[in-house]
Design a protein around this ligand. Structure first.
Ligand code: GLN
Length: 486
C-alpha cells in the first residue's frame, strides 16, 4: 500500500480492498520503524490519525465519501493545527499549540483526509537542505548521506520513503520544488494568491505559497483542487474560480510551445544534470511539443533581490516572537529589554538571526532606498522577463536545481547555499506557478525537471507534467530504503 499514489489508494478504498484505518495503521507502523533514521516528522499524531481514519471509513460506509476521503497525508510543521504543536522547525515555537487550523488544514480536513502528523523543516522555512531545523537534519531516503533539500525536506523525504502518500509544503524561493527534485517526487508551487496563507506561519509574506508534494502530477491536481480558492481571512488570496484540475490532465500536448531559458543552462549547471534535463525535454518533442530557446535576461539578479526582500519581510514578520506573546520565554528576565533580547537569542537559530539582521539593516533609514526599493524594482524586471517569455511560448522548462542532492554538511557557507536556488527563486519573485517532476538520476540521487507557466496556469502545468508521467516512469522509482527487509 505504501508505494501507491493517492489516486490508486482512492480506488483501493472505493473497491473495499482495504479501509482507511488499515491504511493509516500500516503507514503509522512504517513511520514508527523507519523515521528514527530519517527524522522526517517532528510530531506524529497516532491517535488522532486513527480517529480521523475511522470517521472516514464511517462516512464511506454511509455513501458520503468524496475523492480524498480517508486518504492519509502529512503537513509541514508551518501550518497551524488546533490541538497539535506547530513548531515551524524552531525552538522558539517548540511549545506552541495554535488555537485554530490554517485554511489549508481546514480544507483538507473538510475533504476527509487523515493527517499523520507534522513534518520537519528548516527553521521558519529558511534553508535549502533541512539542516537548519531545531529538530535536527532530515536524511534523503535515496542516499542517507545526502540532504533531502529544503525547506520542506521532511515532507519530501516522508513521501519518497513511503511513510505517507502526499504532504503539504510551502515555497518562498523553492522550498517545494527543490526538495521534491532531490527526493524524486512531484511538487507544485501554485501562483501567489491561489492558496490561502491564513494560518501558515509567515516567512516572507509576498513570496510564501502553499502547495502539494506527492508521487504524481495527478495527485497534486487532486490536492490543489481541495486547497485552492479565495479565503476572506487572507486578503492576498485571489477571488477567482478554482478549475477542475483533473479535467485537463489528459489533453494532448501536440502544438505545445516549450521555451528553454538560456540562463538556466549556463555556468554552474552540473553537466550530468544538464544531459538528463535535455533528455527529459526530448520526451516532450515525441509527444508533439516544439522546443525553442528563450531568454530571461535578469535571472542573475534574482538571488540578490530575493536576499534583500525575503529577509526584510522576515525581520518584520518575526518581530512578533518577543517572549511575551508567542513561544519561548527566557528564565528570570531582569527587565523588559532583557526579556526580549534573551528570549530571541535563545529561541532563534543562527540562520534566522542572520536574516533578521540583514532585513533590519536593509529596512533601516538611509538604506531602504538603496536596498529594499531597488530590490523591488529589480523584482518588477524579473516578472516582466517571464511575461515576455510567455508571449512566445506556453511553458518554460529547465532543471529544478543545478546539482543533485548534496551531502549533509557539504554547504557550510551561507552564500553557496543561497546559490542553490538559482532556478527556483525568480519564480516566487514573479508570482508564477512551477512544478518539479522526477526526470532522471545522477548515480542514486534523483533529479527534477522544473516546468513553469504564467499566472494561474496550474491546470496547464499539471497537464504537461501528467503527460510526461504517462510516457516515463521516473516518478514510479522507489528508494531501496522504502523496502523493509524485516
Ligand atoms: N532556500 C530559500 C531560503 O532559504 C527558499 C526557502 C523557501 O522557499 N522557504 O529562503
Amino acid at each position: 500500500m505504501h508505494d501507491k499514489t493517492l489516486a490508486e489508494l482512492a480506488r483501493g478504498l472505493d473497491a473495499g480492498e482495504f479501509s482507511s484505518r488499515e491504511l493509516t495503521q500500516h503507514l503509522l507502523g512504517r513511520i514508527d520503524r523507519l523515521d528514527g533514521e530519517l527524522n522526517s516528522f517532528i510530531t506524529v499524531t497516532f491517535d488522532q490519525a486513527l480517529a480521523e481514519a475511522e470517521a472516514a471509513d464511517a462516512a464511506r460506509a454511509k455513501g458520503d465519501a468524496g475523492p480524498l476521503t480517508g486518504l492519509p497525508l502529512a503537513l509541514k510543521d508551518i501550518f497551524c493545527t488546533r490541538d497539535v504543536k506547530t513548531s515551524c522547525g524552531s525552538k522558539m515555537l517548540d511549545s506552541f499549540v495554535s488555537p485554530y487550523d490554517a485554511t489549508v488544514v481546514e480544507r483538507l480536513k473538510a475533504a476527509g483526509t487523515v493527517s499523520l502528523g507534522k513534518t520537519n523543516m528548516d527553521e521558519f522555512a529558511m534553508g535549502s537542505s533541512n539542516e537548519n531545523s531545531f529538530f535536527g537534519p532530515v536524511k534523503n531516503p535515496w542516499d542517507l548521506a545526502a540532504v533531502p533539500g529544503g525547506s520542506s525536506g521532511g515532507s519530501a523525504a516522508a513521501v519518497a520513503a513511503g511513510l505517507v502518500p502526499a504532504a503539504m509544503g510551502t515555497d518562498t524561493g523553492g522550498s517545494i520544488r527543490q526538495p521534491a527534485a532531490f527526493c524524486g517526487i512531484t511538487g507544485l508551487k501554485p501562483t501567489y494568491g491561489r492558496v490561502s496563507r491564513y494560518g501558515m506561519i509567515a516567512y516572507a509574506s509576498s513570496l510564501d505559497q502553499a502547495g502539494p508534494m506527492a508521487r504524481s502530477a495527478e495527485d497534486c491536481a487532486l490536492l490543489l483542487g481541495a486547497i485552492a480558492g479565495h479565503d476572506l481571512r487572507d486578503s492576498t488570496s485571489v477571488a477567482r474560480g478554482v478549475p477542475d484540475y483533473l479535467a485537463e490532465l489528459n489533453a494532448p500536448l501536440s502544438g505545445l510551445k516549450i521555451g528553454l531559458p538560456r540562463e538556466y543552462f549556463g555556468d554552474g549547471l552540473d553537466p550530468e544534470v544538464e544531459a538528463a534535463t535535455r533528455a527529459a525535454i526530448q520526451a516532450f518533442e515525441t509527444l508533439g511539443a516544439t522546443v525553442r530557446e528563450v531568454s530571461l535576461p535578469h535571472t542573475h539578479y534574482a538571488i540578490p533581490a530575493y536576499y534583500v526582500i525575503a529577509p526584510a519581510e522576515a525581520s518584520s514578520n518575526l518581530s512578533r516572537y518577543d517572549g511575551v506573546r508567542f513561544g519561548h520565554r527566557c528564565d528570570n528576565p531582569a527587565d523588559l529589554i532583557d526579556l526580549y533580547k534573551r528570549s530571541r537569542a535563545e529561541g532563534f537559530g543562527d540562520e534566522v538571526k542572520r536574516r533578521i539582521l540583514i532585513g533590519t539593516h536593509t529596512l533601516s533609514e538611509g538604506f531602504f532606498d538603496a536596498y529594499y526599493k531597488k530590490a523591488q524594482q529589480v523584482r518588477r524586471l524579473i516578472r516582466q522577463d517571464f511575461l515576455d517569455a510567455f508571449e512566445e511560448v506556453d511553458v518554460l522548462m529547465g532543471p529544478a536545481s543545478p546539482t543533485p542532492a548534496f551531502d549533509l554538511g557539504a554547504n557550510k557557507d551561507p552564500v553557496s547555499m543561497y546559490l542553490q536556488d538559482i532556478y527556483t527563486i525568480a519564480v516566487n519573485l514573479a508570482g508564477i506557478p512551477g512544478i518539479s517532476v522526477p526526470a532522471g538520476f545522477v548515480g542514486n540521487r534523483p533529479l527534477g525537471l522544473q516546468i513553469l507557466g504564467t499566472h494561474f496556469a496550474e491546470a496547464q502545468l499539471l497537464n504537461v507534467a501528467h503527460q510526461f508521467q504517462q510516457a516515463t516512469d521516473w516518478h514510479r522509482r522507489r528508494p531501496a530504503f522504502a523496502e523493509e527487509t524485516a
